[in-house]
Design a protein around this ligand. Structure first.
Ligand SMILES: *Cc1c(COP(=O)(O)O)cnc(C)c1O
Length: 422
């Protein structure tokens, strides 16, 4: 088997000894990825669901090119610039309620780190010690850095490997019913005065397996946080910017989290940028005559002007083009396109929410074989764990989406796991 082990590049989540070498991409446009050998793939996952407007959108390219001429980067300590000022005020206006105070970083994991630090330091600034742990939900994923890893699902791989380095948090099941809601309340009653915040992925636990929950479940989490006087951190890094059919998933539950994390689609899939947005009461805990009460974080490339220009251009597109309608149209088409797989032997579940379509196997399939077969079908789809999912660009052409659904249906129907089943 050809391997990647002699290459200088060390790849993510990749066993470098045995993994097949990656495919070389040379060009993208719309929902297409062009490979070095000339093959063209229909993209079913929009580069980890970042490229919501499709690749190479001219409006974003123009904005980034203009910013590149004027000022690609400048430090954010002591200086400010129009792209960041404008983006912060636009995000504050779009985010629910009084989520008005925007702190920029450069990746989703770091946005989560900042949210955790914000919550912990908020208590210290209020003169309350001992609140340094977090309540998180089983099945969650919040990133790869230490703090973010510590609030990821406690049974998943990284936790087991790095357990010795990680702070221990409190884990509960999402309160989908009365029993789990009671268990959450009991955990909050028991640990509440050691907790700084609750963190949740609204409506969809993404990298944990694209597992969805009802808006009422999210509303229960928000009510529990309120009852126990804890801030709620909503990690909308996956769900933000239309993926679930509304601009933010929190809107569907009518809740306003105390801290909101955004990244992934923030720049329309073009540049690394993230935002941690706080409600006024959180922000006000940092206002003081004491310099050490300031938020103690500041990445070198925070609020990078190129990335802010891309994000502003992306927000323009949400204003001028019907992205949320497109997400809802995709939902209907995905539901239709995947419905034929429901009930097949070897298939545990088919689920769709907004522009997210998921096929879950009864047991984990041979992922490498599945991935190769999708490429043979001319589509870019990356199954993980026990699922195959589609999170296309919100602008994907209906024909392309149908072809993606057909490819998923074909590959799933003819995969060994479903064939072998009685
Ligand atoms: C991707 C993701 C992260 C981590 O973002 P990175 O930019 O990869 O660090 C955190 N939370 C959620 C919900 C995500 O989907």
């Amino acid at each position: 088997m050809p391997t990647d082990a002699k290459n200088s590049l060390w790849r993510p989540y990749t066993q470098m000894r045995t993994a097949a070498p990656p495919l070389e991409a040379v060009r993208t446009s719309g929902s297409r990825i062009v490979l070095a050998d000339g093959r063209e793939l229909i993209d079913g996952i929009a580069s980890w669901w970042t490229a919501v407007h499709g690749y190479n959108h001219p409006h974003i390219r123009t904005a980034v090119a203009a910013q590149l001429e004027a000022m690609p980067h400048v430090m954010f300590g002591g200086l400010t610039h129009a792209p960041a000022e404008r983006l912060a005020s636009r995000l504050a206006a779009l985010a629910p309620g009084d989520l008005d105070h925007v702190f920029f970083t450069d990746s989703g994991s770091v946005a989560v780190e900042v949210a955790l630090k914000m919550a912990a330091q908020m208590w210290l600034n209020r003169g309350i010690a001992g609140r340094s742990r977090f309540l998180a939900f089983r099945g969650g994923y919040h990133g790869d850095t230490m703090g973010a890893m510590s609030v990821c699902d406690p049974e998943e791989g990284m936790h087991r490997r790095f357990g010795a380095y990680l702070p221990t948090q409190v884990f509960c099941d999402l309160p989908r019913d009365d029993a789990t809601a009671d268990a959450l309340d009991r955990a909050l009653a028991e640990h509440g005065d050691t907790l700084a915040a609750i963190i949740v992925e609204p409506l969809v636990q993404g990298a944990g397996g694209m597992v969805m929950h009802a808006p009422e479940t999210l509303a229960r989490v928000a009510r529990a946080a309120e009852r126990h006087g804890l801030p709620l951190i909503a990690d909308e890094i996956f769900t933000g910017f239309g993926r679930t059919g509304t601009l933010f998933a929190c809107e569907q539950a009518g809740i306003v989290p105390d801290i909101l994390c955004l990244s992934k689609a923030l720049t329309g899939g073009t540049m690394a940028l993230a935002a941690t947005i706080a409600r006024r009461p959180v922000f006000e805990a940092f206002l003081s005559d004491d310099p050490s009460a300031a938020l103690m974080h500041g990445p070198t490339f925070m609020a990078n002007p190129l990335a802010c220009a891309a994000a502003n251009a992306s927000l323009d597109l949400f204003e001028t083009e019907p992205r949320l309608e497109q997400a809802r149209d995709i939902e209907i088409r995905l539901a239709e396109g995947l419905s034929g797989l429901r009930g097949l032997p070897g298939i545990a579940d088919i689920r769709v929410l907004g522009a997210i379509g998921v096929v879950q196997f009864a047991r984990a399939p041979d992922l490498a074989a599945l991935k190769a077969r999708f490429v043979e079908q001319g589509v870019w789809v990356r199954p993980f764990g026990d699922i195959v999912y589609l999170t296309p660009a919100l602008t994907i052409a209906p024909d392309d989406l149908d072809r993606l659904c057909e490819a998923v249906a074909h590959v799933v129907r003819t995969s060994a796991d479903t064939e072998a089943a009685p």
